[in-house]
Design a binder for this molecule. Structure first.
Ligand SMILES: *Cc1c(COP(=O)(O)O)cnc(C)c1O
Length: 426
């Protein structure tokens, strides 16, 4: 498709049917694909020919939806995974091995924190966590000889910190390593991290991209901008012959597609976290309205944030859309049109009042989820982040009284009325 605007890409990118083919991307619910000769099949295995042969490695439905996300993020290649967790795991593992070091923003999703701080540590990969608003001078000091990647969330879940992407990208590139960012919350509708220097973008598509909370999924998009061969010694998996694939050198054979091709042919082959084509189909349908839903999420959240701000039962409100918010200045730079529908606030009376408030809500449901059409609410300290001690919680920007409210796309008046009646019950 020639260069189009985001709304058009949401609706149409990724799938262009030929004459007589289905208008809507078909659900190719088949594990395998038929060929006339074994020679052709052998060529597919050797990556000499492009084609589908086994859905763990590639599937037309999954590819069409991945390509839509690639178009939205302005990347060159992408892949879907079975969850957001798998996306971040693969994005990192594709370039890391035992003995390597990661620099990560400390303001990240609880699952990703556990992945980096514990699971990858058990793999022999160390991490240093830094404040998302760290100065470039201080960030530069954290690099070690074995640092291979910098990671952060563009707008963190649930602490809602805006990552200074340019600072992180500049520091990463000065040290010859890529910046990977998780762009789940803003989505490309509000922020396209590649334009600010990020090299690889990940998503939990479970959230706004799907939008209706009907399937878990993830995505990884490569900008194609990072020059792996310039730092050959740092990334041998991409720049040296891969013995598990007939000695292929991914950067030589696949150019800008090297990173995603390696992920497909080695990580998907060996670990296999693919989405089902059915789930990818739901994701594709969700993406068709992403450009309509995101502004509505933001408007509703802003209206609720302003209401909460004026209520004396509330001790604090975090939402980058509020002018006096600590993140507002960075948000004006990176998220000028809006951020997301998630807000965080504290209720006077701490943990006890927070629980009573949540139990009194009628329209907003208490669920372990964020970022879908229905308004919902969660208390991270007792759920998603319960593995963290108080010190770690503080570092991740979460206080024990923090309530995370994911404002849906219902009518704002009804959402506010529900919150009001719950506050009145305190
Ligand atoms: C939810 C979430 C994840 C994990 O995604 P799953 O789809 O639940 O595996 C990762 N990063 C962020 C920012 C998230 O919000």
């Amino acid at each position: 498709m020639t260069k189009k605007n985001l709304g058009t890409l949401c609706v149409q990118a990724g799938y262009e049917p030929k004459n007589g083919e289905a208008r809507v991307v078909p659900i190719v619910q088949s594990t395998t694909f038929k060929y006339d000769s074994s020679e052709q099949m052998a060529n597919l295995f050797d990556l000499k020919e492009a084609g589908y042969f086994y859905t763990r490695l590639a599937n037309p439905t999954n590819d069409a939806v991945a390509n839509k996300i690639v178009a939205l993020e302005g990347g060159v290649a992408g892949i879907l995974t079975s969850s957001g967790q798998a996306a971040n795991f693969y994005a990192l593992l594709n370039i890391l091995k035992a003995g390597d070091h990661i620099i990560s923003s400390s303001a990240i999703y609880g699952g990703t924190y556990n992945l980096i701080a514990n699971t990858l540590k058990n793999f022999g990969i160390e991490a240093t966590f830094v404040d998302p608003n760290i100065s470039i001078e201080d960030l530069n000091k954290e690099f070690k000889k074995n640092t291979k990647v910098v990671f952060g969330e563009t707008l963190s879940n649930p602490s809602l910190k805006v990552l200074d992407i340019e600072t992180f990208a500049t520091a990463a590139h000065e040290h010859g390593v890529p910046l990977i960012v998780d762009n789940t919350f803003p989505t490309p509708i509000f922020l396209r991290p590649i334009e600010w220097g990020a090299d690889i973008v990940t998503h939990s598509t479970t959230k706004y991209m799907n939008g209706s909370a009907n399937s878990v999924g993830g995505a990884i998009v490569d900008s194609g901008n990072f020059d792996w061969s310039k730092y050959k010694d740092k990334f041998p998996g991409l720049t040296e012959p891969d013995e598990s694939y007939h000695g292929v050198v991914f950067t030589e054979s696949f150019g800008k597609g090297a990173y995603i091709t390696k992920m497909t042919t080695t990580l998907m082959r060996d670990l296999g976290s693919i989405p089902s084509p059915q789930n990818s189909f739901y994701l594709g349908i969700g993406l068709e309205t992403l450009h309509l839903r995101m502004p509505r999420h933001f408007e509703n959240a802003l209206a609720l944030a302003k209401y909460l701000k004026s209520n004396d039962k509330i001790s604090w409100v975090n939402f980058s859309g509020l002018e006096d918010d600590s993140q507002h200045e960075l948000a004006q730079k990176y998220l000028p049109k809006g951020s997301c529908g998630v807000i965080a606030f504290g209720i006077k009376g701490g943990r006890v009042a927070a629980t009573k408030f949540m139990d009194s809500l009628k329209l907003a449901a208490v669920v372990t989820h964020v970022a879908d059409a229905r308004t919902c609410v969660l208390h991270p300290a007792s759920t998603t982040h319960r593995q963290m001690n108080d010190e770690e919680l503080k570092k991740a920007g979460i206080s024990p009284d923090l309530i995370r409210m994911s404002v849906g796309i219902e009518d704002a008046e009804d959402i506010i009325a529900d919150v009001e009646q719950a506050l009145n019950s305190l």
